[in-house]
Structure formats: structure tokens, C-alpha cells
Design a protein around this ligand. Structure first.
Ligand SMILES: Nc1ncnc2c1ncn2[C@@H]1O[C@H](COP(=O)(O)OP(=O)(O)OP(=O)(O)O)[C@@H](O)[C@H]1O
Length: 215
């Protein structure tokens, strides 16, 4: 056996405090896609927020895909807007006054023109949302909203994808409809990805081999 080990994609060792809540988190993984599971209130969303730079850990470090995002000992704390995180929430959080095309193009905001980026048609194809482009988001179904939210996150050309229970607002059938799109994004957009869910079946189908229990 060789002594070589794959460099970890995720190296997270932090302590979080939010009000009276405290949690130490240690995740070391060379998998590109991992899942976080745990009871409500265990701290899963707080971990994603720390990765995104929205919550500052008390100590420790966060390194993902070779990027040191936070390191208390070395004085590193990359500002949230420079971390290039694609974040998809339980509720899609799209702009209701804009159509789907404009919601997607909003993802380009803040990206330099010369930077390589996903073209709109590629994302539209990947997520099967071509027929929705001219519609306002107000009338879309939950599953359509989440596909558009995922598209907008990808348009921002992220280096890391964080998915916080993206299917939890959908009923069983819609969840089944959306899972293949999540799998396509996982496989075709080769980014480090963290998937948070309460549902063992979803976790098994998205990040089968690297599941971290929080709490
Ligand atoms: N802004 C805040 N101020 C104080 N406490 C907070 C804040 N945000 C979260 N908390 C607390 O931190 C703990 C962890 O919350 P978090 O949302 O990270 O858990 P979770 O595992 O994602 O839960 P769920 O599965 O219900 O979404 C909870 O006790 C919560 O009340």
C-alpha cells in the first residue's frame, strides 16, 4: 500500500457559537460531494453559513477545494463576496418582480466580463427550464422555483455549491422530479458540494458515501 492519500477536498475544524448554542465541527474528507445530516437545531445551516462567510467561527479553519477561506490562527477570513459560493436555500428566494431569465442573469452580477462563465443556454439545458424563461417566478411550482434557484447559483460561477435542504418544501412527487436534476448538477458541474437534508433517501442518492452526522 502506498502512503499517499488524496488531498482533502474538505478540511473543516471549527467551533461555532450562536447565542447559547455551541458546536465543534470537524470534517475531513477527500470526497467531492458530502452530506450533512442531523436533527433540527443541530447546527447544519450554521456550518453552511460559516463556510459562506456569514457567521464567524470562534476558532479553527475552513479549507475547501484547496481554498483557505478561514483560519483564525493565520488571520485569514476571506470576505463573503469573494468566497464564490453558490448557495441554494429551502425556499428559492428568487426575485418575484423579475422573469426567470432575469433571475438567472442576476447570477452574473459581480463577475468580471473576461472571466469564463457558464452560458445561459448551457444552464437552461442542464436544468430543463427553457420553457420558463419568460415567466415571472410568482406562478412557478416549488420544483420549478428550485431549478431556477439552482441555475442562478450556478450562473454566479461558484467554486463551491452549498445546498441547504433544497427539496424540503416539496411534496414527495416533486422531490422525485427534482432529484435527477440535482444528480446532473452534481455530476456535470464538478464542484465541491455540500448537501444538507433530513431525508436518508435523498442523502443516499446524492452523497451516498460521505455522510457526516452533526450533533
Ligand atoms: N442568529 C442566531 N442567533 C442565535 N442563535 C441562532 C441563530 N441562528 C441559529 N441559532 C441557533 O443555532 C442552533 C443551530 O441552528 P441551525 O439553523 O444551524 O440548525 P440546523 O441543524 O440547520 O436546523 P434545521 O434542520 O432545523 O434547519 C439552533 O439552536 C438555533 O436556534
Amino acid at each position: 500500500m502506498s502512503g499517499d492519500r488524496a488531498a482533502p477536498v474538505f478540511s473543516i475544524d471549527i467551533a461555532l457559537r450562536r447565542g447559547s448554542f455551541e458546536r465543534a465541527v470537524h470534517i475531513e474528507s477527500s470526497a467531492r460531494v458530502i452530506a450533512l445530516v442531523g436533527e433540527s437545531g443541530a447546527g447544519k445551516t450554521s456550518i453552511l453559513q460559516a463556510i459562506a462567510g456569514l457567521v464567524r467561527p470562534q476558532r479553527g479553519h475552513i479549507e475547501i477545494g484547496g481554498q483557505r477561506l478561514f483560519d483564525a490562527a493565520r488571520g485569514i477570513d476571506v470576505p463573503a463576496h469573494r468566497r464564490r459560493i453558490g448557495y441554494v436555500f429551502q425556499d428559492a428566494r428568487l426575485f418575484p418582480h423579475l422573469d426567470v431569465r432575469r433571475n438567472l442573469l442576476y447570477g452574473y452580477r459581480g463577475i468580471a466580463r473576461e472571466q469564463p462563465r457558464f452560458a445561459l443556454p448551457a444552464i437552461v439545458d442542464l436544468l430543463g427550464i427553457g420553457a420558463l424563461l419568460d415567466r415571472r417566478t410568482a406562478g412557478l411550482s416549488g420544483g420549478e422555483l428550485q431549478r431556477v434557484a439552482l441555475g442562478r447559483a450556478l450562473m454566479s460561477q461558484p467554486r463551491i455549491l452549498l445546498l441547504d435542504e433544497p427539496l424540503s418544501m416539496l411534496d414527495m412527487n416533486r422531490r422525485e422530479d427534482l432529484l435527477p436534476y440535482l444528480q446532473r448538477v452534481r455530476d456535470e458541474i464538478a464542484l465541491p458540494m455540500i448537501y444538507v437534508s433530513h431525508y436518508p433517501d435523498e442523502v443516499r442518492r446524492i452523497a451516498a458515501y460521505d455522510v457526516h452526522a452533526i450533533g
